[in-house]
Design a protein around this ligand. Sequence first.
Ligand code: ADP
Ligand code: MG
Length: 354
Amino acid sequence: MINIQQVTKKYGSFTALEGVDVTIDRGEFVAILGPSGCGKTTLLKLLAGFMKPTDGQIEMDGAVAASHRRLLPPEKRNIGMVFQSFALWPHMTVAAHVEFALHHHTNSKKMGKKDRDARVKDVLQMVGLEPLAQRYPAELSGGQKQRVSLARAIAALPNVLLMDEPLSALDVELRMEMRKEIQSIHRQTNASIVFVTHDQGEALAMADKVIVMNKGRIEQIASPEILYTQPETEFVAQFVGKCNLIKGVWKDDHFVPEKYPWERWGDSGVRKTLKSRGLYPVRPEQWKIDRGEGNGIMGRILFAQYQGKEVHYTVQVENEKWTVHTSADESRLQPGDHVTLSLGVSNKQEELQP
Ligand code: ADP
Ligand code: MG
């Protein structure tokens, strides 16, 4: 439905995006994930139609919406937008914000007053704001304000909802609550969502597909599960969850760690790029850790952090520090303890869907 082809965007001589290729299907929930300054907002602005790409093109519903010489303006695209700053009008009530959005959207310009009122009511109900319809922004909490900007964005039933770090101004608890709310809105509206975030937890938790960006380029596009279990690059391995990158030699279907040549590790979906760089990614929870010297990689506990369900260890292995997570039920290790690390087997459980 949206096809971004070889898009490059320069600001003067600075290249903010380079050779970006992405497709977004109807109804898909896509997260754009990357550190500050990597070009996430630039990509979203191009999708919104606020500016032209320097090179490449963007197709929407089969027609070219943007290239270096063509630009379909935002109001002609069937989109809704939500920003980090809620951008509300102080003199307008909650209901008036939604009504205003409806009034000015091409989709609903011809709507009669009665239909419009009904739609405002529906939308406010969807985001749980109906009882507050007559309040002004100054009378709302942060979470309620963000709900108003969500309601405004979905009022005209857009095909695509663009969200630029919509939850980062909220406190932790509210952020968790709003994650569910946005997922619920996604299910009710069938709109595609493009959700920008620098928070890997948020991207993994919410999206069907995650686009990981770094320095204006795409590092990997994959489902949250593939991204976590099969990172394509060093950047992805370390930006998405904690990861120990072990150096060694790849031989066809197994890996021999450089410092522990008596070990043989299986392939388990390690990607080409990491293989060609002689690396093996190990997630903190994949390690099996035993007290004392044994059959495996020897190390010493540097730090132990109790987390309730898990204990997080930092283990000194020769001149490197590795991260190991274990269940808190296991016998607890203390800084200074000598330990042996080996690759454990994770027993996978079936996931439940809503
Ligand atoms: P993100 O949203 O991932 O933090 P942005 O897309 O806002 O990143 O910015 C990407 C890069 O482009 C940054 O280095 C930023 O400083 C630069 N940039 C963004 N907007 C402009 C602009 N209007 N003029 C010049 N440089 C810009
Ligand atoms: Mg940004």
